[in-house]
Ligand binder design. Structure first.
Ligand code: ATP
Ligand code: MG
Length: 405
């Protein structure tokens, strides 16, 4: 990775950011792009979004941006969202955080006119850089060096920073995983020492970080090295994951499959508890638990078995089921072939694929209601097992012969 000196390092900021910086400057204020976007630009990665920081107070910003659409996102904490060329940009007044008492929220925040104060409150050196075209990169804490060394290192005293806000512990793991970095020794030690404080962090925040962590390119390594920390987040997923991970050469690139993989040794009850404690959505829980129950079944050995297998679940889940099997080191090759044929030929696997429906059956004289439902299931089984073809006339004939007394 080639990184120039700070002074001549040039980041090409997008126009919609430059114009906001220019406007603030023209009114006499400082303004910078800050945090993750600077880190990503330095690394040649595409930033998710550009955040800004300024010495203008929120009231001063409201005056400067009077011609813009502004959303008062977190005015108390100094954050405004300014819509620039239709893109929302968060701009926060230089800020220092007051005392923390709950391992998560500062009791109070204070605005400051000094950029160094603002970057000092940020979590890691690589996230504590600011940039504008006039000044170049502002890097008080050696973020560029740590990018070169591929290190996640706390700004200031790691122990203190994790005690202030324990979410940073899992963020350290997340950035190490996503960026492919190591966690600097003292930072890693302090993260382990304070891992218990993660219990004070809201499940929603942990959930977001955990997903990003699992999708990172170094997820397996981070999980192996820091399962002690992650076990405080979910003992079900992480307390004995190391052995399992040894067999995994590449991480599943679907996060629900990864969660299912981590829960395969848990009981159904434990898995459900873990997922609800970590506030997974209903859709996510459904998919993960369905994957867990599918992988307990025998792998279909022929096309008919594959059809019955699909008929009991939803077809969109099957590729994820295969992804899970392969993560678990189970061969899938012929089952995958049967599945591909069934999918490509749109073969009949559901009642809705049958060439007859309930109305058609009513007309044959089969009484209404439950019996029709049963009859359709019976027909589906017969089609799948090859006793009758999925053609209307033949199905009706088959139904008459089998159901009409
Ligand atoms: P991403 O690429 O995922 O958006 P990011 O570095 O931008 O990563 P965000 O969560 O968007 O991370 O936060 C933006 C910036 O705010 C961070 O780069 C960091 O400077 C600061 N920050 C965010 N959360 C914390 C925290 N818990 N403690 C200290 N600083 C934080
Ligand atoms: Mg961000």
């Amino acid at each position: 990775m080639k990184i120039n000196n700070n002074s001549d390092f040039k980041i090409e900021l997008p126009k919609y950011i430059k114009s906001l910086i220019d406007l603030l400057n023209s009114k006499g204020y400082e303004a910078y792009a800050v945090g993750g976007c600077v880190r990503d630009c330095v690394m040649g990665r595409l930033p998710n979004d550009f955040d800004m920081t300024t010495n203008a107070t929120p009231d001063e910003m409201l005056t400067v941006f009077c011609e813009y659409k502004v959303i008062e996102t977190g005015l108390k904490h100094g954050t405004l969202t300014v819509i620039s060329e239709n893109i929302p940009v968060e701009i926060t007044t230089y800020r220092v955080d007051g005392e923390y008492h709950d391992s998560r929220h500062p009791d109070k925040v204070y605005f400051t006119r000094n950029l160094k104060d603002d970057v000092s409150r940020r979590d890691f050196t690589v996230n504590a850089m600011a940039y504008n075209d006039k000044t170049g990169i502002v890097d008080f804490y050696g973020g560029i060096d740590d990018i070169k060394k591929k290190l996640i290192m706390a700004v200031g005293d790691a122990d203190k920073r994790f005690k202030e806000d324990a979410l940073r512990i899992i963020r350290a793991l997340r950035f190490a995983s996503v960026l492919g970095f190591d966690i600097e020794e003292k930072t890693a030690f302090a993260a382990s020492e304070n891992a218990e404080l993660l219990k004070n962090i809201s499940a929603e925040r942990i959930n977001v970080e955990l997903k990003k962590l699992l999708l990172g390119k170094n997820a397996i390594k981070i999980l192996k090295e820091h399962s002690d920390i992650l076990a405080f987040v979910s003992p079900e997923m992480f307390s004995s994951c190391t052995e399992k991970l040894k067999k995994l050469s590449t991480a599943p690139d679907d996060v629900n499959v990864f969660f299912a993989f981590l829960l395969t040794d848990s009981t159904e009850k434990e898995a459900n508890e873990a997922l609800s404690r970590l506030k997974f959505s209903n859709a996510e829980r459904k998919e993960i638990t369905e994957l867990l129950s599918l992988q307990k079944k025998d792998i279909p050995k022929n096309k008919i078995e594959m059809k019955f297998f699909i008929s009991e679940t939803y077809i969109e889940l099957i590729p994820k089921y295969f992804m899970l099997l392969s993560a678990l080191g189970k061969g899938t090759s012929s089952a995958e072939k049967y599945y591909a044929e069934i999918r490509d030929n749109k073969e009949c696997v559901y009642i809705s694929d049958l060439k007859v429906n309930g109305n058609d059956l009513s007309k044959t004289g089969i009484s209404k209601g439950e019996k029709i439902g049963q009859a359709l299931k019976f027909l589906l089984r017969a089609v799948i097992s090859g006793e009758v073809e999925n053609k209307k006339e033949e199905l009706l004939e088959f139904a008459k012969n089998n159901f009409l007394e």
